[in-house]
Ligand binder design. Structure first.
Ligand code: GLY
Ligand code: MN
Ligand code: MN
Length: 456
């Protein structure tokens, strides 16, 4: 271990280090799962820094899997977990560097990181190549995530080959590599209490941001001005960044599912669809609201809106422990397809429209996804070829929509109406809880909020 050195820049306020007990508990749980599956050594790097242009970097974001186990947010770090009778938890991280700390800020260095984040040992990242083969020696398995980063693949395979090269001195190399992500995906799918607390907080910040956006919206403003209101609400509440690029889509732009230009004028009579959520302490939120730019839904807009809202309600009712993953989607599709028939968008019977997939012309995405550290979070949707059952502690979005592009066979009064309503749901013991419910979504509540902002 490195000799302790005095910090070149002040150590960050330790209040910013989260409660480490859940992170330690996850490492213990992973070690127990590894042990049950044959033992071995897990090796996991955090994300690399990325160049934006010339020597400027993108805002650094740790790797979600790595953070899940460590709470450590610095780049250039690797965690090694050794299962067995005498388990070991080891961190490799950047060494102290006075000059770099003057330019870039505090780094823990191995000594402080080991103590603060609760590892058995910590070493400088420069030692990884030299030390990794020793951890792999005489171990039955390596648990790693390969195929995502060729430099990391080479690090793991080089270490493995280095152990193989010592076979004649009696050292036995690991005989197989297991997918570490697959193991962690299952753990990440069911959130612990600390994760749920952070996700609730993130959801509240995002809901408040959507309220702020509704209050700020008027004909004549630009989409990017409303995006700025969202960013203001996120950052001023302590969120580190948006969880994904915000969609602020007025009028016809709402029918472009991944619209992120956010540079158009907002016009009287149009709807505005906002899909935006903050990331807080590594956890995402994901909310969509659609509302009238002028504060009043037209008759046609209201008719489509009420259909989507009813579909969301049906999907929410279908979200409970034991229900299979696709049940909320099937419930939403049923309501949406009937609505499309009633609105004159589709002809035929409900069963026929669902069976032929005709509804997908106006509803072409699924009704949700897992949510957690990543906006489209880890976890399989099927087990053994069947949709997996929902269980308490899983978190998913419920986000039906309807997107009507102009066409000869589409009633003209519905052209360019694009609506999505998205909430974040925690599966509870007997149903689900919408943690984003503070963002208004009934026609009456949205119109009241906007009227109050305009008049007050
Ligand atoms: N905001 C990304 C999504 O709704 O899936
Ligand atoms: Mn979503
Ligand atoms: Mn979304």
């Amino acid at each position: 271990m490195n000799a302790p050195t005095s910090p070149a820049s002040p150590r960050p306020d330790f209040a910013q280090v989260p409660d480490l007990a859940p992170f330690r508990a996850r490492r213990e749980r992973l070690l127990a799962r590894m042990q049950a599956a044959g033992g071995g050594v897990a090796v996991l790097p955090t994300a690399p820094e990325r160049i934006r242009n010339r020597d400027a970097h993108y805002l650094y974001r740790h790797d979600s899997y790595f953070y899940y186990l460590t709470a450590f947010r610095e780049p250039e770090a690797v965690v090694v977990l050794v299962a067995g009778e005498q388990p070991q938890q080891i961190l490799f991280c950047r060494e102290k560097n006075e000059e770099r700390e003057i330019w870039d800020g505090y780094r823990y260095g191995p000594d402080a990181a080991c103590e603060v984040f609760g590892f058995d040992e910590a070493w400088t990242i420069g030692d990884l190549e030299k030390r990794l083969p020793d951890y792999l020696a005489d171990q039955p398995l390596v648990w790693a995530s390969l195929g995502y980063d060729s430099a990391w693949d080479a690090t793991v395979l080089d270490a493995l080959n280095s152990v193989r090269g010592k076979a004649r001195s009696g050292i036995v190399p690991p005989h197989s590599i297991r997918d570490l992500r697959a193991e962690l995906d299952e753990m990440r799918l069911v959130k612990d209490a600390a994760e749920l607390a952070t996700m609730r907080h993130a959801a509240q910040i995002s809901a408040a941001a959507h309220c702020r956006a509704m209050r700020a919206t008027r004909p004549g403003r630009f989409e990017y001005e409303i995006e700025a209101e969202l960013l203001h609400a996120f950052r001023s509440a302590g969120s580190q960044a948006p969880a994904y690029t915000s969609i602020v889509a007025g009028g016809a732009n709402a029918c472009v599912l991944h619209y992120i230009d956010n540079d158009h004028l907002l016009r009287d009579g149009d709807l505005l669809l906002i899909d935006a959520g903050c990331e807080l302490d590594g956890y995402a939120s994901d909310i969509t609201r659609t509302f009238p730019v002028n504060g009043r839904f037209s008759t046609a807009q209201r008719e489509v809106y009420e259909t989507v809202l009813a579909a969301q309600h049906a999907a929410r009712e279908a979200t409970r422990p034991g229900a299979h993953w696709n049940a909320p989607h099937e419930a939403a599709v049923k309501v949406l397809a009937q609505g499309m028939i009633d609105l004159g968008l589709l002809q035929g019977s409900l069963d026929g429209v669902i069976e032929s997939n005709a509804y997908s012309r106006f509803y072409m995405h699924r009704t949700g996804h897992w949510l957690g550290m990543d906006v489209h979070d880890a976890g399989e949707y099927k087990l053994g070829g069947e949709w997996r059952p929902l269980a308490e502690g899983m978190v998913l979005t419920i986000e039906p929509g309807c997107y009507i592009r102009p066409a000869d066979d589409v009633p003209e009064h519905l052209w360019n109406i694009g609506i999505r309503i998205e909430d974040d749901a925690v599966v509870t013991a007997d149903g689900c809880e919408l943690i984003t419910a503070d963002a208004p979504k009934t026609v009456a509540d949205i119109e009241a909020l906007m009227r109050e902002a305009r008049d007050g």
